[in-house]
Structure formats: structure tokens, C-alpha cells
Unconditional design. Sequence first.
Length: 477
Amino acid sequence: MAQNELDALRYSQTQLYGNARSAGYGNANGAIGADFGGLSYNPAGIGLYRKSEFVFSPSLKINTTKGEFQNNSSVTTNTKFNVNTLGLVFISKAAENNEQTSWVSTGFAIGYNRVNDFNVNYAYSGSNNSNSGSSYFSNGANNTNTVDGYSPQYLGYQTYLINKNSAGLFQSVVTPGMPLTQTKTYTQSGNMNEIVLSFGGNYNNVLMLGATIGIPSINYTATRIFTEKDASGNTNNDFDNFTFTEKLNTSGTGINLKMGSIIKLNDQIRLGFAYHTGSSFAMNDLYAVKLQTNTENLKIKYNDLTGPNTTAQPDKDNNFSYTLITPNKFIASAAYFLNKNGFVSVDIENVNYTNMRFKYSSEYASYQTAVNNKISTIYKNTQNYRVGAEWRLENKMFRAGINLVGNPNKTSERNFSSIKYALGFGLRFDQIYLDAAYVLTKNYSQEQPYTIDGINVPIASINNSMSCIIFSICTKF
């Protein structure tokens, strides 16, 4: 499970969950401001705070995923409790301090936002008689001409799944055309949180400026289990089943800088602009792998009388450190205020995913070049869109929003890789704000259960639907 383009994309596609207020209008917050979650979008929003505040936002996420493979489908569901936002904002007003300055207010904020959530499970299963996952091991052995070390082909050889034929080539024990039942289960958990240190100010109630130092952290765990079973009913063809298990634990800490501005053209119109540097992550992977096989009576032919079942795994897990650079972002925003009755807001975010980069030590320079070239080949520059609105009736707020996440894959026919729909409600009191939001996220992706050079492996479709219920309490002081 070496690092690849999918790993780079996973940690580059951030999805701010935020507090219930901004989540309710789709996090279209670039020109609205005065929202802690927005400090991870446009830090100039700190200039629009009127008072200091403390905000806390827990959430409940319900994830339902449908996997489809070879005309079969299966559904998995998992539930997770999270804390989306926790923060403090301190505002200093010039008038309150009897200061004669054009800076109406200045502010400092500290806390954290959840900017991605990796908790998802899925599974799929189907029949396949065109190729076998065991060829992944034999092809690897033939391409490298070795079965030494901790490679998958080493495990395949140790468990009798692949053996040398009379021509000296490695060959799978699975007979070509054998009817097979293939199943893959995938369990993924973890998150990406970002500690934010923000500062900025309000200049003459016209220009707001701000900056955020972001310290993101990654905690990711994945378990992939692929099982292949002989469906012929023949118990004497040297193959019954194999199970290949991969476990990955990834951790990382990074740093980035976000700078932004908000311009009030008049009481109705605001424009926002923000630039995010890419995050530079110091990453560490801990990778474990195991292969279990049942080769019926095959081992007897090699004078191995230990029975049909064999398990192989490396003596120790593979530990690897490297650097990941995520792409920079540009965000342009506009908001139209309906006096004090509400607003409509739009964000357009540009992300160039071809700029994602891995950096390894010099001994892995050739692989670094290969994986970075592949990133440049299959990904593209894309745009994300956020649109939201809020309507106020006395102390009650009604909100709605939508997010369209651009598809970064050059070859995909889909313009958007995910869509979010949001609804929200809020109550305002003198010193306490209460908010709730419901966010429905739809994701679609495709994958192959294994890859073999030059062979068309069947494709599985993954349809994910995530419901997130968010609550927030904010106290002003």
C-alpha cells in the first residue's frame, strides 16, 4: 500500500463541517464573516465580529454506503459522534478603548475546526470468471523477477498462491476461466482537524483584513479485505480461497497560511477574496499486510503436510515517513444583504490538484517522480461552488444552502464528485445563540478491487449518502 494519487487527493479535498450557523447556509461564508468556521475559509471575517465569543459545535453523522459490483449490491451503515468546532474569539474595539484610529476593531481567535471526516464503511461482492485477484501477485513477481522482502508477491509465493512453472515464470494456482466469487470490504476511520490562530481587523467599516495560521493534523486508519473463493464446486483443483488483508495507519501534522479580505461596497453588497497556501505535511505510514490461502491438496505435491491452509505476513510492519504538499486555493465571494432581514451568499473556490506533491528521501527518487507524474496526468484544475441564504424573522433564522464539489479527475464524465444540501435554523438571545443544521452529502466514486497491468478488471461503483446533524451554542461576552 505505497502512497499513490488517491492518498494525495484524500488529504487535499478538505470539507469544512463548521458550526451549525454556517453549515445551515452551505458554508458560503467568504463574504459574510463573524463566524468561527469561516476563519478556515476567509479569515477577514474576524473583522466583522462585534463582540467576543465562545462557540462549541457537536455533530452526529450517519453514513450509508451502497457498493455495486457485477450486478450485485450491498449496503453498509455507520454512525459517528464528532466535535466540528471549538473556539474563542477576542475582539477589541477602538471606541471602547478611547483610541483615535481608523481601525474600528481588531481581533484574535484560537480554536479548531474539523476540515475532513474519513469515517466510512462499504462492501461489495460478485461473480467473476474473466480474471483472478491472484494475478496481482504473479504479475508483481514476474515484473520484479523476485519474491523476496515484504512485497505482496513474497506473500503469494509463501502461501502457494503463486508458483514457478516450467518456463521459469510465476503463475497463479487459479485456473483461467474458473468461476470465482470476489468480495471486498473496506473500513475507514479518522479525521482531519485544523488548529486555527487567526488575527485581523476592521478598517473604517469598509475593508476587513485577516490571516489564519492553520495547523492541520491527520489521523487515518483503513482496513481493506479482499476475498476470492472458487465457485466451481470442484474440491480437487488446488484452490479453494484466499484472503488478502491490508491495514494502514497514517498520521501527519502540517502548516498553512490563509489570507483574506472583505470589502463592503455599501450596506447591501460585500465582496470577499482569500488565498490559501498548500499545507506541508510531515506524514508517517504504518502498514501491515497478511495473506491467507486454502490450496486444497496442492501442498502435498511439494511434500508439505501441514494442511491446506497457509498464512503469511512480514515479521514486522512497514513504517515509512515522507512529506505531502497539498494544492493552494483561491476563493472569490459575494454577498447581498436584504437590509437586516437576511442575505444571499456565493463562494467560488479554485483548486489545482495537479500541484499535489509527495517528497521522499533520495533513495526513493524514482518512485517520487513516478507518483508525482501520475498526479499531474490524471488530475486537473477544478472549481467548487457554495451558495447559501439566510432569512430572519425577529430572533429566528431560517437557512438553506448547497455545495457543489468539482470533480478533479480528467477522465470522469461527472462535473461534480459530491453534492451537499443544507438546511438550518437559529435562535438569537441577548448573549446566547443557538443553532441547528442538517447537511446531506452525496458522493459517487468507482474503483477496481485489484489492479493488473494490461487486464480489464471489473469496476465497482460506490454510492455514499451522509446525513450530518449539527448543533451549536455560542456565548457572547
